[in-house]
Design a protein around this ligand. Structure first.
Ligand code: FAD
Length: 408
């Protein structure tokens, strides 16, 4: 791309990562053509509110990442409702579903993911709903009526947030999770127990260790869910929240290296030096060769920014400190760091019933921190995680010791 500040930058996927990449290309001085191709009808928007504020009976305005006016002002060609169908790496063009063709010098794939569905009979029933887009949220909001019988499939973040939103409008809610823990990917049984107790207390029927095996249409618009233990449940609505499938089909068809997502290096580069990827669709190759998949708002933003800089030829070394949050009822859950096997867990009580959980490795280094209803503690712990701080276990567990004095 010449001095890397001119030419043509094409972005496929106008979500969190794609929106940030487009904005960053301009703010970093790129004067060439930017084309942002998105198959949704609206400009890039924030997805986290979809399972929170957007499910309230009167939803606030959708927070856009870039409005149409901003896109125009920044001279970003946003193609709405446009689906990219193919990448031709040899000719450096992308072909859209309507057969039109766009040239690129640098290409960014930020196509996110699609809601995963279980392979069971009846999954295409009318009562089944997923939650990934503003259209999904609008449909779900309309279906969450007082007294509606809602089955939430999946005890991960989205499932739990939907359960909380449904309870807030007095739905009858049953939540099933095949694993023995809620939010199992965090690996924290303490967090799982806390969340299970919170949801039970708010009237959700939480069932762990079971799963639906079939759905039969029943009644006017509802269905009967059948479970692996032979039980069944008649419901008006089934919301499936069992994770996402990375939208890496374009990359796979173009023979880019993919492994549960598009494999990228720390410069956000794919196996083709002219093609970059960012956000939920990626699998980041780390220093020890393992692949890191992050599905979070913070990663989509930061990797989108990093990818744009790398597209401009800047020296980029993307090393994310994972960050995630969730809002359930009046509780904010915040997580920083790499959740996984830990040597020790230390719990600290915080003000107003809040809890901070430190996960330590064998050297007492804080690998991840989980805070529930304790945002002040989280701010400090996030810094500790980023700095690779070691924690004095006894001091951490003692709420009378200032948190900033617990690192050694
Ligand atoms: P997306 O935002 O999904 O954008 C990808 C875009 O590409 C989509 O618009 C898609 O339609 C489009 N696309 C795909 N294929 C094509 C194609 N071939 N041609 C054109 N366009 C295409 N994270 C948190 O940290 N905290 C939260 O509380 C939280 N809550 C969430 C709640 C919900 C309901 C959801 C769905 C996500 C939530 N997340 C949360 C996750 C966060 O929103 C995502 O990690 C982030 O949106 C990922 O950004 P992305 O740009 O990679 O993908």
């Amino acid at each position: 791309m010449g001095a890397e500040l001119t030419g043509s930058a094409v972005i496929v996927g106008a979500g969190q990562a794609g929106g940030w990449a487009a904005r960053t290309l301009r703010s970093e001085g790129f004067t060439g053509r930017i084309v942002l191709i998105g198959d949704e009808a609206v400009p890039p928007y924030e997805r986290p509110p979809l399972s929170k504020e957007q499910l309230q009976p009167v939803a606030p305005a959708l927070p856009f990442l870039l409005t149409q006016e901003e896109l125009k002002r920044q001279d970003i060609e946003w193609l709405a409702g446009a689906r990219c169908a193919r990448i031709d790496r040899r000719q450096r063009i992308v072909r859209l579903a309507d057969d039109s063709v766009i040239d690129y010098d640098r290409l960014l794939l930020s196509t996110g993911g699609s809601a995963r569905l279980p392979a069971i009979d009846g999954i295409d029933a009318r009562c089944v709903q997923v939650l990934r887009t503003i259209e999904d949220a609008t449909q779900l909001r309309a279906a969450l009526r007082p007294g509606a019988r809602v089955l939430v499939v999946g005890g991960g973040w989205i499932g739990l947030e939907v359960a909380a939103a449904a309870r807030a409008v007095q739905c009858e809610v049953t939540l099933v999770e095949v694993g023995k823990q809620l939010c199992a990917r965090t690996g924290s049984s303490h967090l799982s127990d806390y969340l299970a107790a919170l949801h039970l207390e708010r009237g959700v029927d939480v069932r762990l260790g079971t799963q639906i095996v079939a759905l039969d249409e029943a009644g006017e618009s509802g269905c009967r869910a059948r479970f692996m233990d032979g039980a069944s449940l008649d419901v008006d609505l089934v919301v499936v929240g069992i994770g996402l499938v990375p939208n890496d089909e374009l990359a796979r068809a173009a023979d880019l290296v993919c492994d549960r997502g598009i494999v990228v290096d720390r410069q956000c580069r794919t196996s083709d030096a002219s093609i970059f990827a960012a956000g939920d669709v990626t699998a980041l190759r780390t220093d020890d060769g393992t692949l890191l998949r992050l599905e979070s708002w913070q990663n989509a933003q930061d990797q989108g920014i990093a990818a744009a800089r790398a597209m401009l030829g800047q020296d980029v070394d993307y090393r994310p400190v994972p960050y995630f949050w969730s809002q359930q009822y009046d509780r904010m859950v915040q997580i920083a760091g790499h959740c996984g096997p830990v040597a020790e867990i230390v719990v600290r009580q915080a003000a107003a019933g809040g809890v901070a959980i430190a996960e330590l490795d064998a050297d007492a280094r804080l690998t991840s921190a989980i805070c529930i209803g304790s945002p002040r503690e989280f701010r400090q712990l996030r810094q500790f995680v980023g700095a690779g701080a070691r924690i004095d276990r006894a001091r951490f567990a003692d709420a009378a010791v200032k948190l900033s004095d617990t690192a050694v």
